[in-house]
Design a protein around this ligand. Structure first.
Ligand code: FE2
Length: 384
């Protein structure tokens, strides 16, 4: 019966499209299929691949392509696992520097999916290997109806350029290229929230026309755009070092992704001041933030390096995590609980609350440039 239904819609050039949102990391992945040929592609899969297997089975789709738009730094990709489980091609841009084999995509290339064409654009800026995928359904239209932008164009924002190999000027050029698409093209980004941008609207999709009119970055000239992108970003993501290495295939640390919602006690700055003498006060901010003012006795271990430097934490001593405003420290404390460190609390309000209470801050090497970190309040994932 299922096959008969698919033949009935064959002449329409019918397709299947589903956006799958991951609330834990603010990521979006996509399943695209031809209802005509029953061939499917998954773009930017989460590490939890069972959801795609279930969808594919339910719809009687065969997975042909798994596409990672780029090497992610904030979440562990399910790309290799999913492609291997289904015998699909694992696809990345040809410039991707990873240690495992993959199908090398080039700018301008089309991947055929039944009657559909997945048209590849190389749109570096956030990352050097980043691609966008234009979806074209020729029986309906010769032009693309949607574009999956990874972290190039986000809703109300663009991907930040400071994750290694990024380039704000290239981001400007590729944003301009994307914004020359027709107004009606629907935009589906790789994130709807999270640390990969600094001003995402929160909607999971938009259109080229809306972004051209109302994305503040789209109205800047090149110099203004580059200056804005380089002028203050959120801190590097929790465990970025371990996650990026895992996605490159040079490490195997999928546990570095914060997945649990372990409750964490938050204490105020007075409790931090009166902490037990054997407690470790762990400042998880960026080093430059630490150098320009930290609590006396605090040691610095940036959240981006927490997973790769766990062995530096003394075992069996209480840990007080602290950051600038209390958001990063909460997520860091959750992660420490996730890996089995039970005796950990987070300092509410962070270093800012300590300073506001008139307490003394120690300085480190203030020859280091004062950081421009935009404190992110993106914390719901650890408060549920
Ligand atoms: Fe990204």
């Amino acid at each position: 019966m299922r096959r008969r239904i698919s033949r009935d819609v064959e002449s329409c050039g019918s397709m299947y499209f589903k956006q799958i949102l991951d609330e834990r990391c603010g990521c979006a992945s996509y399943l695209i299929a031809s209802r005509q040929s029953h061939e499917a592609a998954v773009v930017d899969p989460s590490i939890e691949i069972e959801q795609y297997r279930a969808l594919l089975a339910e719809r009687d789709f065969t997975l042909r392509y798994v596409i990672d738009t780029h090497v992610h730094a904030d979440h562990v990709s399910g790309g290799r696992k999913l492609a291997a489980a289904h015998g699909a091609d694992l696809c990345l841009h040809e410039s991707a520097r990873v240690s495992y084999p993959f199908r090398r995509l080039r700018d301008g290339e089309d991947l055929a999916l039944g009657q559909l064409k997945l048209h590849v654009w190389h749109t570096p800026g956030h990352r050097p290997e980043l691609i966008s995928v234009l979806v074209i359904n020729p029986p309906r239209s010769p032009e693309p109806s949607m574009v999956l932008t990874g972290d190039s164009l986000l809703v109300g924002d663009v991907g930040r350029p400071d994750f290694g190999g990024g380039d704000a000027a290239a981001q400007y050029d590729n944003l301009s290229r994307l914004l020359r698409l027709p107004d009606w093209v629907a935009v589906f980004p790789g994130h709807f929230e999270g640390p990969c941008g600094k001003g995402m609207c929160g909607r999971p999709s938009t259109t080229i026309g809306f972004e051209r009119l109302y994305n503040g970055l789209a109205r800047l000239d090149r110099a203004g755009f580059v200056a804005t992108l380089n002028d203050g970003v959120p801190a590097r993501p929790l465990n970025m070092t371990a996650i990026e290495a895992t996605n490159r295939g040079t490490a195997d640390m999928p546990w570095a992704m914060l997945t649990g919602h372990a409750p964490v006690d938050e204490v105020d700055v007075a409790a931090a001041a009166g902490r037990p003498s054997d407690a470790v006060l762990l400042d998880v901010r960026e080093p430059a933030e630490y150098h320009h003012g930290h609590l006396p006795g605090a040691i610095n271990l940036p959240q981006s390096e927490l997973a790769t430097r766990l062995s530096e934490l003394p075992p069996d001593r209480p840990i007080y995590t602290i950051c600038q405003g209390g958001f990063r420290s909460l997520r860091a404390a959750q992660f420490l609980k996730q890996v089995g460190i039970a005796n950990v609390v987070s300092v509410r309000g962070g270093t800012q609350a300590w300073a506001d209470a008139g307490r003394r801050l120690d300085l480190g090497d203030t020859r280091v440039a004062r950081p421009k970190i935009a404190e992110s309040e993106w914390t719901h994932a650890c408060r549920t």
